[in-house]
Design a protein around this ligand. Structure first.
Ligand SMILES: [Zn+2]
Length: 229
């Protein structure tokens, strides 16, 4: 299952395919992005994985997910463990898929511990909403596993959401005050210079596109017992 279409989260698919895995899950937008853009992302691994970068060697094929999730959650039986794959709307990318088990929520790069969030393909305003949504699910899961770093607390997720909302307000104000040079806001934002630059760029681009309404997953009746209360 691929949480989103960034190379460090799906370049390993070919290894599983070589081992006989045939079912690769992802959100439909993620699969479309992998199909469209994966070869272009090979350059990011030129130093660490030259074979993958060149597309020559073992397990270097791009495997596009073939089992797709859209707005509705999907239950996958892993044999004694049921995983729920679900989408909370656009955030880190337009195709972030989360995985919940009876104990653990895997959130991909919606949450990053130990580094600034990556905004290159993001929808900053909607991302802050998605983080609040994750926090609202805190009683269902004992553990939250981010896309990078150590397991995170609900406090961490809430802080990340608040920081992002504050950054949205600050950057929106700067864009309004200095439309010709919104990059003046970079030193004010709570992220590194590079990520702040992306943050402002994506905020401008996504505001121009307009928002989509956040998908509200239907988890079904509680009595199914998939979640501890
Ligand atoms: Zn990512």
């Amino acid at each position: 299952m691929n949480t989103h279409a960034h190379y460090d989260h799906f370049f390993g698919n070919a290894v599983f395919a070589d081992d006989g895995v045939t079912e690769f899950w992802a959100h439909a937008n993620c699969a479309a992005a992998i199909e469209r853009d994966a070869d272009n992302q090979r350059r990011f691994v030129a130093t660490n994985e030259p074979e993958m970068a060149a597309g020559e060697g073992d397990a270097v094929d791009i495997v596009v997910p073939n089992a797709l999730v859209h707005d509705q959650p999907v239950l996958v039986d892993l044999g004694g463990v049921t995983a729920t794959l679900f989408y909370l709307g656009r955030a880190h990318t337009d195709g972030d898929l989360l995985v919940g088990t009876s104990s653990t929520l895997f959130v991909g790069d919606l949450v990053e511990q130990g580094a600034h969030p990556s905004f290159e393909d993001s929808y900053p305003e909607e991302w802050a909403d998605a983080l609040r949504h994750i926090s609202a699910l805190r009683h269902r899961y004992e553990f939250l596993v981010p896309g990078h770093g150590k397991p995170a607390s609900d406090e961490f997720v809430k802080t990340m959401a608040d920081t992002m909302s504050t950054a949205v307000r600050q950057a929106t104000q700067s864009i309004r005050d200095m439309p010709s040079d919104a990059t003046k806001a970079i030193p004010v934002l709570p992220y590194g210079p590079e990520q702040s630059r992306w943050f402002i760029k994506r905020l401008q681009e996504t505001n121009a596109q307009g928002r989509t309404s956040l998908a509200t997953p239907d988890f079904g009746p509680e009595k199914t017992g998939f979640y501890p209360s």
